[in-house]
Design a protein around this ligand. Structure first.
Ligand code: AMP
Ligand code: MN
Ligand code: MN
Ligand code: MN
Length: 284
């Protein structure tokens, strides 16, 4: 494995808010030429054994994964964990605590939507939920597309479910230091997911990177389905400035919704150190 390895270390199955099973994702990753894969369901490791078994059946090298929701400076930040022991009790307890509260949040989201004339959104979203512990905004977005309120999930997030729009319910997720600790103490590496997606000032972004490093985080996604080419350049520089290893992942959720398919991103810029260098002993 080297910088050019076709690694895809960020995607979602129906164990969180993706639409494909872990087995279907493994087959798709293999077919698309992925050479190192991780399934990173939100706040959940319930799909890891299935992903690992399916990857093994395809002869596809695999790293365990998850994507933890964190609240930092009142903004939701995602931290990807890679190469940890999926049976680690502290990690599992931390993820369970992070998942808790999603149902109450979803009921509040539905109440807000009802006030703007969209009825039965809780029940509607639940139809798309593969894991009852993990009802997410994505499931509401699918319901709003199904009922014709919006034409695409992207339109949903422009008009609903985000700050200042109907259906947005602020939520307190895990603390940055806890998320990084759960991952690293379980033998894995923590990675800042899609840094360009957060509404931070430069000062706040600097604080995120600094505190992440202080807590033991080692990686940042540079090449992700959420970044533009200009953002690859910006976060290449940030990775170098903060001496972080770089990660690469599509953030694939669904053949119908995601514009970036598994394994189709450009390679990491050659001057970076790939996070999989740190994780070679954790590949199964
Ligand atoms: P939640 O964890 O319930 O807050 O839902 C977050 C999920 O919503 C993310 O992981 C994405 O899958 C999806 N999402 C958030 N913002 C957008 C967006 N602008 N366009 C499409 N999907 C989005
Ligand atoms: Mn998602
Ligand atoms: Mn994310
Ligand atoms: Mn993701």
């Amino acid at each position: 494995m080297n910088i050019l390895t076709n690694a895809d270390l960020h995607c979602h199955s129906d164990v969180s808010d993706g639409t494909l099973t872990p087995e279907a994702l493994a087959a798709r990753a293999k077919a698309n030429g992925v050479e190192l894969w991780a399934l990173t369901d939100h706040d959940e490791v319930g799909g890891q054994q299935r992903a690992m078994a399916a990857a093994a059946a395809h002869g596809l090298p695999y790293l365990t994964g998850t994507e933890i929701s964190v609240s930092f400076a009142d903004v939701t930040v995602h931290i990807v964990g890679l190469g940890f022991d999926p049976d680690d009790p502290h990690l599992k307890a931390g993820l369970a605590a992070t998942r808790g509260g999603r149902e109450a949040r979803a009921r509040e989201m539905a109440e807000q939507l009802a006030r703007v004339g969209i009825k039965n959104a809780f029940e509607g979203a639940l139809k798309y939920v593969g894991n009852p512990d993990l009802i997410s905004r994505t499931h509401f977005a699918r319901f709003l597309v199904e009922t014709g309120v919006c034409n695409s999930t992207h339109e949903v997030f422009r008009r609903f479910l985000t700050e200042g729009k109907p259906g947005y319910v602020p939520h307190r997720w895990a603390r940055l230091r806890d998320a990084v600790r759960w991952i690293t103490e379980a033998g894995g590496q923590a990675v800042i997911a899609h840094p360009a997606r957060y509404a931070f000032s430069p000062t706040q972004e600097y604080a995120l990177f600094s505190e992440f490093k202080q807590h033991g985080g080692r990686g940042v996604e540079v090449v992700t389905g959420s970044h533009s080419a200009a953002e690859y350049v910006k976060y290449t520089e940030m990775a170098q400035e903060f001496d972080l290893y770089a990660s690469r992942g599509s953030d694939f959720h669904s053949p119908d919704e995601s514009h970036t398919d598994l394994g189709t991103l450009p390679p990491l810029p050659g001057q970076l150190k790939p996070i999989w260098e740190l994780l070679s002993a954790r590949v199964v």
